[in-house]
Design a binder for this molecule. Structure first.
Ligand code: HSE
Length: 424
């Protein structure tokens, strides 16, 4: 029987779920995998949490040094969250040659290069399945399940909070503010919701996912990031009437032109499998050159789903004779020959307020034409003092759309009220 002595840093939602799974499934892992995982130590300053989980007194550590120096601990689970303290703790653990399992996406997105370099020097493992898409085994899929493929694209709903908010707006016609307040009441969104609603959380995850999928460093600073705070219920409704659903999408592509990574709200056809991923659920839809399309779906957050990913990493680490490291040059910056595409191709939805008089549509069409943008659909609705025009374009380029928007706003006849990308 292989023995693993585990310490858990932080008994919040994820640490608590991990503690419960390890406690309740110990015999199951012994019987099915010949691995005995014993919790040796827990570092958690909040006595209430320790009491709630019934952590025995003798397991309670008082500082990181106790954990690092404990000869019975050979794997440390980092669930304290935040970045700088977590980085210090994880580096201390790796220096001591112990393996780290973490759910901390911001830590991995920002410091993977430094942590992995330290892990390699000390022959320690560094695993982070739980950092991306909670209980959905997306990293294992990329590293083991589809490793035979060249991954050409990934598109995902990888933030549950924004998916909950957009679902509520779509299904109940709620405003952004109403949906956010409900998400906060249910505990999906934090009191300060910026990390989720402004797309930081998804950008960190996409940086990690695309680095592994494309075998090249994709820094999170290269991810184009736009949040959902300006999304109007009116556009969700108008998009719905045209057969679309609005989703906060994380998109990564690799082609001869380069690597393209972006996180933003976008319309997607209601028949697309991602369109029916609702509430706080997550999914990743990826395409490989051999496997074709593949979709993984499940819970992207929560104590037991994320704990499931952490414990799977512990079992994975325990079943290997050597740690597994990245397949690419893991530096702070990407290789010089990697190009990042910023003027990417996409279709667009635009809502304009226009003055309703002769020749207005032909002038708008001319601005589109001059920018080489082809119109796919156009819908005009009369309003009291003019009209609303909704236009969906064929695939075009970001720069062309920006230029057209500037020209339209400078004209006397139209004001661009909303622009949203459409997955074509
Ligand atoms: N806050 C994240 C979400 C979960 O809403 O999906 C942890 O990454």
């Amino acid at each position: 029987m292989k023995k693993v002595g585990v310490a858990i840093l932080g008994l919040g939602v994820v640490g608590g779920g991990t503690y419960r799974i390890l406690t309740e499934h110990r015999e199951f892992y012994q019987a099915t995998q010949a691995i005995d995982i014993n919790i040796e130590s827990v570092l958690e300053p909040n006595g209430k949490k320790l009491k709630e989980l019934g952590v025995p007194k003798e397991l309670i550590a008082h500082n990181i040094a106790e954990v690092v120096c404990d000869p019975d601990v050979n794997l440390v689970v980092e669930c304290i969250g935040g970045v700088e303290a977590a980085r210090e703790y994880v580096l201390d653990v790796l220096y001591s040659g112990k393996t780290v399992v973490t759910s901390n996406k911001e830590l991995i997105a920002k410091y993977y290069h430094e942590l992995e370099r330290t892990a390699k020097r000390h022959n320690a493992g560094l695993y982070f399945e739980a950092s991306c898409v909670g209980g959905v085994p997306i990293l294992r899929t990329l590293l083991d399940g589809v490793q035979s493929n060249r991954i050409t694209s990934m598109m995902g709903i990888i933030n549950g909070t924004t998916n909950y908010i957009l679902t509520k707006m779509t299904e109940e016609g709620a405003s952004y503010g109403e949906a956010l307040r409900e998400a906060q009441r249910l505990g999906y969104a934090e009191a300060d919701p910026d990390a989720d609603v402004e797309g930081f959380d998804a950008a960190y995850k996409l940086s990690v996912l695309s680095s592994l999928a494309f075998h090249t460093k994709v820094p999170y600073t290269k991810v184009l990031r736009e949040g959902i705070t300006d999304v109007a219920a009116e556009d969700i409704e108008r998009g719905k009437a045209l057969g679309y659903r609005l989703k906060m999408l994380a998109i990564a592509k690799q082609s001869e032109t380069g690597v393209e990574v972006r996180v933003h709200p976008a319309f997607i056809k209601k028949e697309h499998p991602l369109a029916s991923v609702s509430g706080s659920n997550n999914a990743v839809f990826l395409t490989g050159d051999s496997v074709g399309d593949l979709m993984l779906y499940g819970k992207g957050a929560g104590d037991l789903p994320t704990g499931s990913a952490i414990v799977s990493d512990i079992l994975y680490a325990a079943s290997r004779s050597e740690p597994r490291y990245s397949t690419f040059k893991n530096n702070a910056n990407p290789d010089k020959d990697i190009k990042f595409v910023t003027d990417f191709a996409s279709a667009y939805y635009m809502r304009l307020s226009v003055t309703d008089k002769t020749g207005v549509l032909s002038k708008i069409a001319a601005i589109f034409g001059k920018n080489n943008i082809s119109i796919l659909e156009l819908l005009q609705t009369p309003e009291n003092d003019g009209a609303t025009v909704v236009i969906v374009t064929h695939e075009t380029h970001e720069a062309a759309v920006k230029n057209a928007v500037t020209k339209l706003n400078a004209s006397e006849i139209a004001k661009v009220e909303a622009v949203l990308r459409v997955v074509s």
